[in-house]
Design a binder for this molecule. Structure first.
Ligand code: NAD
Length: 418
């Protein structure tokens, strides 16, 4: 990586770029570019050996004009204030582009969870939930999973909140296990929307995802499900990777077997059905029809972008392209389905989970998947209409134009407050 890109600056550049196609007052644009508030806190927990450990944690509530703040909680050593601010801002525009009634938030703890026991992770999670309790709530701020967090952490989070509040409030957090109030289809939702959006992009270009060659960077929740669903639509998964490296097969990999291998060994590397191994950089620059970055932000910088040969990119990860990479790929006519639409399945099914929690009435998986399909296809169609009507340079700009306009409408309609 040659660029050291601050994701918060990337977000602000994306907003500036889209705003230049809208008639927005400078003061209002500034409001759209800054979080409403950020909590920075230090959590102290007891390690299993009795020693104390203090870790940094954050929660950013970026914008609540369209509804309660909504966004995941990430456990990763790279978590920092600006990253959390950026991720919370992307949530605002993601919820707006798929038109679900939420604002945007995001949280994180700067730890490498592999350095902690399960009991220690539980204590860290409960300490964070305790610290966040005054800020969150079913109608205020609703966290969810992100990198290195999942159902287990969400269940602990809900239990901590409900115990401290002496109530039941399953809608305080989403991404829970089904027996703790989770929704059918939530685990698969992010990968599912990434692939639905990619399928729509192929169709828009007069092509088909069936038979397309696909490379997937990152084989966690988002990446592996995207690989599995693309494979089920007849695409050929020629390469996948994780933080240890990647595997390649010209004839196509079996995504389920690769996942089983990763579950057994901790990595996709060494999968016996592969033809060869490759680095993440080699994977990103493969000559494929569809590239799915599903690891972390800034995975593709300008150097990698110049070597990218994919026709379509569907962004499962948040912010996987640096702004310079984005410009290079736009010049190369690579069709990029932006993260705020492609990976919006996660938050959309989180919304469905919240609706079900509030109603205490649960849907089956088919209903969840059908509703998700219609949200993503409608959002994609609106995006294309705006892209064509306004003659916008990229689908990303079109997504931000749609989303910013919706946030501004909600803010304006709220009227003035002294
Ligand atoms: P995860 O922890 O389940 O998986 C992350 C994967 O990325 C792992 O396979 C890891 O090995 C790999 N990875 C990490 N660093 C890497 C590197 N430098 N090179 C290659 N691979 C690397 O996380 P996830 O939930 O799948 O999230 C992945 C991305 O998708 C993140 O950007 C996240 O914000 C975004 N996202 C996730 C959801 C969701 O519902 N899970 C929703 C929206 C967006």
């Amino acid at each position: 990586m040659t660029e050291d890109v601050n994701p918060f600056k990337s977000l602000q550049q994306q907003l500036d770029q889209a705003a230049s196609y809208l008639d927005i007052d400078d003061g209002l644009l500034e409001r759209l570019k800054q979080p409403e508030r950020v909590l920075e806190t230090n959590l102290t927990i007891k390690r299993d050996d009795g020693s104390l450990d203090t870790v940094q944690a954050y929660r950013s509530q970026f914008n609540g004009d369209r509804g309660p703040y909504k966004g995941g909680i990430r456990y990763h050593p790279g978590v920092n204030r600006d990253e959390v601010k950026a991720l919370s801002g992307w949530m605002v525009y993601k919820c707006a582009v798929v038109d679900i009634p939420f604002g945007g938030g995001k949280g994180g703890i700067a730890i490498d969870p592999s350095n902690y026991s399960v009991d220690e992770i539980e204590r860290i999670t409960r300490a964070f939930a305790t610290e966040l309790r005054p800020l969150i709530g079913e109608e205020k701020d609703i966290p969810a999973p992100d990198v290195n967090t999942g159902q287990r952490e969400m269940n602990w989070f809900k239990d901590t909140y409900e115990t401290l509040e002496d109530t039941t409030a399953p809608g305080v957090i989403t991404g829970k296990a089904p027996d703790s109030g989770g929704s059918a289809g939530r685990v698969e939702a992010t990968g599912r929307s990434t692939v639905i959006a990619a399928r729509e992009a192929f169709e828009y270009l007069g092509r088909s995802i069936e038979g397309a060659s696909v490379a997937v960077q990152g084989y966690g929740n988002a990446g592996w499900i995207a690989a599995k669903l693309a494979h089920s639509m007849g695409a050929q998964i020629v390469a996948v990777s994780d933080s240890s490296g990647g595997v390649y097969s010209k004839e196509g990999l079996n995504p389920v077997r690769v996942r089983e291998h990763k579950d057994e060994t901790g990595s996709v590397v060494g999968y016996e059905g592969a033809e060869s191994e490759l680095t993440n950089e080699e994977l990103l620059t493969l000559d494929v029809d569809l590239l799915i970055p599903a690891a972390l932000e800034n995975a593709i910088d300008e150097e990698i972008a110049s070597d990218i040969s994919a026709d379509i990119i569907s962004e499962a990860a948040n912010g996987p392209l640096t702004p310079k990479a984005d410009n290079i790929l736009a010049d190369k006519d690579v069709h990029i389905v932006p993260d705020i639409l492609a990976n919006a399945g996660g938050v959309t099914v989180s919304y469905f989970e919240w609706v079900q929690n509030r109603q205490r009435f649960y849907w089956d998986e088919k209903r969840v998947n059908d509703e998700l399909e219609s949200v993503i296809v409608n959002a994609f169609d609106t995006l294309i209409d705006t892209y064509e009507e306004k003659n916008l340079p990229t689908l990303r700009t079109a997504a931000y134009v749609v989303a910013i306009q919706r946030v501004i409408n909600a803010y304006d309609q709220g009227g003035a407050w002294p």
